[in-house]
Structure formats: C-alpha cells, structure tokens
Design a protein around this ligand. Sequence first.
Ligand SMILES: O=C(O)CCC(=O)C(=O)O
Ligand SMILES: [Fe+2]
Length: 367
Amino acid sequence: MSPFVLTDVAVTDFVVNQRNGVKGLVDVMSPKTLPSRYIQLPEKRVTTEKLIVDNTKTGKGCLPSPAIPVIDVSDWENPNVAEEICEAATTLGFFQIVNHGVSVDQLSDLRAAGRGFFGLPAEEKKRYWKGSSVSDTAWYMTSFNPYEEAKLEWRDFIKFEYRPNQVDSTAMWPTVCRDEVLNHSHRMKPIGKKILEILMNNLNASMDHYLEQTLMGTLRMNLNFYPECPDPKLAVGTGRHSDINTLTLLLQDDIIGSLYARYGDKWLHVPPVMGAIVVNIGDILQILSNDRYKSVEHVVMANRFLSRISFAFYCGPNNDSIVEPLPEVLENGDKALYKSTVYSDYMKYFFERPHTGKKTIEWIKLP
Ligand SMILES: O=C(O)CCC(=O)C(=O)O
Ligand SMILES: [Fe+2]
C-alpha cells in the first residue's frame, strides 16, 4: 500500500518539487494505478487503432505497410547509401543505420552506464536538477517541462551539452556515466557529419565551415529513462514532438520498442534492430532544405513491466546561428517557406511550452 494518496498536488510535490522524478515515484511508492497527474487526455494517447499494423504479417490489405528502412553504411562511398539516406530523409524522415562501426558491446556498455546514472540514490541525482545543477553542461529533469504541463510525461532524463572549447566542462558530470557518454559522442559525431554531408550534397550545398556550424556547431545528448508504468495505455513516455535540431542519432533499447513515428494520421513503429542507430531529421534540416527533408513527429509509449533507456545524440546549430532556407534550394525560384530566425529564439519557443507536435516549426512558417 502506498503511504500517501497520490493526488495531483502530492505527486507534483514529490516528483517535481522534491526532485525525485518519476523513477523515484515508482521506487518509493510502487503505484498500482496510474496517478491522475499522468493520465493524458485521450487525443495525446497512442491507442492501438492509431498504430499502423504490419499487414504483411496479418495477410490483410493489398498494399504493404510502410517500414522504416534499415541502411547498411559499411561503405559510405557506395552511391546506394547516399540514395537510400536521401530517399528516407525526403519521405519518412526516419531511418536506421547498421554496420556503422560502433560495436554491439560498446553500445551495451553505454546502456549500462546510463542505467548506472538513473540507478543512483535520489540525493545524488538531485545535484544535477535543472536550474541548480552542479554542472553548467549537464541537467537532470523529469517529464519535459513539468512547470507548464497539464499532464506529466512518464520519463526522467539527463541532458549533456558538449562544449569543445571549454576544457573542464565535463569535470562535474556524473562519474558513473561520464566516460561512456563522452566516448559515445566521439563515435557519433563523425557519423552525424557523414550523413549531413550526404544530405547537403544532395541539395548542391557544400559543407563549408559556416554551414558546419549551423548543422552541428552544438552537440547535445539526452539520456531518457522510462520506468515501468502501471497503465501505459493512459500515459505517454515522451509526448508528440519533432526534434528542433538538424539530425538525431538515437540508440534505443535493444528489446523494448516504444518509439513511433508519424505517418499520415497514424503512428509507425520504429522497431529495435540489434546494433542499429535510429536517425531522424530535425526541424532545422526541414527549414534549411525548404521542406525537401521531413522532420517527422514522434512519440514514445510507456511500458507495463520493463523500464527502457534511450540515448539521443543531437546535432544542432550554435545559439546565434541564423536558420533559414539555404540559397541553393531557392536557386530555381522557389519561395522561402520559413522566415529567418535566430536559433536561440527557436529553442526558447520550444522549451517554454509542453511538447506540442510541430508547433515550433509552424511558428516560423511564412503565410
Ligand atoms: O526515447 C526515445 O526513443 C526517443 C526520445 C526522443 O524522441 C528524444 O529524446 O528526442
Ligand atoms: Fe525526439
């Protein structure tokens, strides 16, 4: 029996104000039903009728279901690789890559280190709470923006920001995962660069120093933790959003598939593939390419019996970068679809609100 009644006020106080996170709630109170603070409005839930069913397995329907492509990148110079990447970026906005050079063991070590962080005593994790973190480049938080959200997301996370020129910026990162997080970013950065080069090449834009600063001048990583949830159908792990960067390289759990990408008015499963990295296009690539590349909404469901961890490596612009459609994509006389925006303003708009689908990019869309 829970020692407290899990009213909205009590949950907010324990999870947010006392900084225990949703993992703290599960560890200490083991709720048998979903507290109402987490019961999403029906339109925010991902229910089975909104999922795309794989009709190749059921034998129903005549058209095959779309599927997120899995691209073998063992030879980056193979023209098929560029073709498949550009095709996925212009259609589904999501693909997975395999044979990228990071081993299954290295990925498992990262997962173990990430679980190590979330498994720390609450008092230890609280030291990183956003707004009063002991590190100015690492913040721990629950949900997404709990001070603005009507309902909370069933997730805790820690965000790391890489500042290459600031020598000791990682000194205060949690030692339980610092080296693995740093190693992972060193492995992901060249992969992100390769993919961005391919995507820019396809737009006839050359990746000079200036463009590189806009595409990947700032690198960040989110470690997301989704505890077991008493009623996943009513909750959401990460709410509907598109990423506000250029490119995300995501390591998801190797067994539990909880990530869904928008396809029409339905949700398409992004299944776990052994050793794969999920890649998705962010809003800034959609803006730079004037809608040639698609930043696709996605959502993460919670799970009943198992916790899940994911690692999102984000390539994005520097705060003072101006984002706008590239001259190369407007050369043929196309009208710019987005107004010029300073990236820090774009981020502010996103982070000041709850997760709300594609609202941020719509905000700068020209009439
Ligand atoms: O947990 C996941 O699979 C995805 C998380 C996500 O969308 C994000 O961190 O931007
Ligand atoms: Fe995302």
